[in-house]
Design a binder for this molecule. Structure first.
Ligand SMILES: Nc1ncnc2c1ncn2[C@@H]1O[C@H](COP(=O)(O)OP(=O)(O)OP(=O)(O)O)[C@@H](O)[C@H]1O
Ligand SMILES: [Mg+2]
Length: 334
C-alpha cells in the first residue's frame, strides 16, 4: 500500500500533508504532519515511523535536496537479521539464542546491563567475533560464512564507532579519519579526494579544520566526534554506535544524539546504538530491544518499551535495582 505515492517536494517548498490515514493489520492509524518551508520530507518519514513504528517503512531515501520519495506502509525491509545465534567464551554463555531483526533506515537501540553481550553482538555483525552457531545476515548475505575479503566489503558498508573511541594517539586526526578510506579505497581515491572526504566528515560532526591535531589534544566529546567522523567517512549504509555518549557532558551528549538523528535523516543511515543512557535512547530511537540472559527479552517501539510490564525492562529503564538487591536484604544476606 503506497501511502504517499511518488511525491516530489523541492527543498524550500512548503507542503502540508495532513490526515493521511491507512489501515494496517486491521487497525487504522492517522497522522497529521506539517512540513515547514525548507524542511525535507525525511523528517516526515521519521515522524511517520514514530507515529506507527512497526508498520511503516520508507524506501531508500534520496539525498537531501532531491526530496522525491515513496512511502510504503507494507514494505518494511529487514536489513540485518540474527537468527538463533549462540555465542560463548569458554564456559560463559553470552548468547543462548539471539533472534533480532533490524530494518533498513531505522534508528535501533540495544539496551542491557553491563556485560550482557551488547558489544559482542555488534562485533559478531561485522565479523570481528564469530558466532558459534546460528545465522547472521546483512542485506541477505550470510555473515557467518564469509571470509576476510568479503567481511572487509561488509565493513565498508557497516561502520562501527567503538565504545573506547579507538583513536590512534600516534596518528593525526586526518590520519585517524582517513584510516578506513586507506583500508577500503586506497586504489580508488586520490590524495585530494581523501582530503576532501576527511574534511566533509569532520564538517558533518561539527569539527572542521582540525586535521592536524592529535587525539591527545582533544576533549572527550571531540574524540567521540572524531571517531564518528572516521565511521562515516567511508559513507556506510549502517553505523554501529557502541555507547556513543558515555562519559560526555549533557551538551556533548545532546550534540552526539543530534548527530546520530541527523545522519540517519540526511544520509539515510541505519543506526544501531548501544547505550545505557535512557534519555538518549528515547530521544533517538525508532525501535529498541533489551538483551538479558543471552536473549532478547523485549523488542518494540519506544512506547511499547516504556510501557513494558516486564520487571527486568522496567527496572532497567527506570534505573531501579531489583527488590532483592535492596540494602537491607543485601546486609542480611552478607
Ligand atoms: N574476546 C573476548 N574473549 C573473552 N570474553 C569476552 C570477549 N569479548 C567479550 N567477552 C566477555 O563477554 C561478555 C560480554 O561482553 P560485552 O563487551 O559484549 O558486554 P557489554 O554488554 O557490551 O557490556 P558493557 O555495557 O559493560 O560494555 C563479558 O563478560 C566479556 O568479558
Ligand atoms: Mg560494551
Amino acid at each position: 500500500m503506497v501511502l504517499s505515492a511518488p511525491c516530489r517536494v523541492a527543498t524550500g517548498e512548503a507542503a502540508t500533508t495532513s490526515g493521511a490515514t491507512s489501515s494496517v493489520g486491521g487497525r487504522g492509524f492517522r497522522t497529521s504532519v506539517r512540513r515547514r518551508a525548507g524542511r525535507c520530507p525525511h523528517a516526515f518519514v521519521r515522524r511517520l515511523r514514530f507515529a506507527r513504528s512497526g508498520t511503516t517503512g520508507a524506501s531508500r531515501l534520496p539525498p537531501r535536496g532531491e526530496c522525491a520519495y515513496i512511502l510504503r506502509v507494507d514494505q518494511v525491509e529487514t536489513l540485518i537479521r540474527f537468527s538463533n545465534v549462540k555465542k560463548r567464551f569458554g564456559p560463559k554463555v553470552i548468547y543462548s539464542g539471539l533472534d533480532l531483526s533490524i530494518r533498513r533506515g531505522e534508528a535501533f537501540t540495544i539496551l542491557g546491563g553491563s556485560g550482557v553481550g551488547k558489544s559482542v553482538m555488534l562485533k559478531m555483525l561485522i565479523g570481528l567475533l564469530t558466532a558459534d552457531s546460528g545465522s547472521i545476515t546483512f542485506d541477505g548475505q550470510e555473515i557467518t560464512k564469509m571470509g576476510e575479503r568479503e567481511l572487509s566489503r561488509v565493513r565498508q558498508r557497516i561502520a562501527m564507532l567503538f565504545q573506547s573511541g579507538a583513536l590512534f594517539d600516534s596518528l593525526s586526526v586526518f590520519e585517524n579519519v582517513a584510516y578506513g578510506l586507506e583500508e577500503h579505497f586506497r586504489e580508488k581515491m586520490s590524495r585530494s579526494e581523501m582530503e576532501d572526504r576527511v574534511a566533509w566528515a569532520l564538517g558533518l560532526v561539527g569539527l572542521p579544520g582540525i586535521e592536524e591535531m592529535r587525539p591527545s589534544d582533544l576533549s572527550g566529546g571531540m574524540r567521540k566526534r572524531v571517531g564518528l567522523a572516521r565511521a562515516i567517512a567511508v559513507q556506510p549504509e549502517v553505523v554501529l554506535y557502541d555507547e556513543p555518549t558515555t562519559g560526555l557532558d549533557p551538551i556533548n551528549t545532546a550534540r552526539v544524539n543530534h548527530m546520530i538523528v541527523g545522519l540517519q535523516e540526511k544520509l539515510s543511515i541505519t543506526s544501531i546504538v548501544v547505550t545505557h543512557d535512557m534519555g538518549s535512547a528515547f530521544a533517538i530511537s525508532d525501535r529498541m530491544a533489551m538483551v538479558h540472559s543471552g536473549r532478547i527479552i523485549a523488542c518494540g517501539d519506544v512506547e511499547s518499551i516504556k510501557e513494558s510490564d516486564d520487571d527486568r525492562v522496567y527496572n532497567f529503564i527506570h534505573g531501579k535495582a531489583p527488590v532483592e538487591e535492596d540494602v537491607e536484604t543485601l546486609l542480611r544476606s552478607g
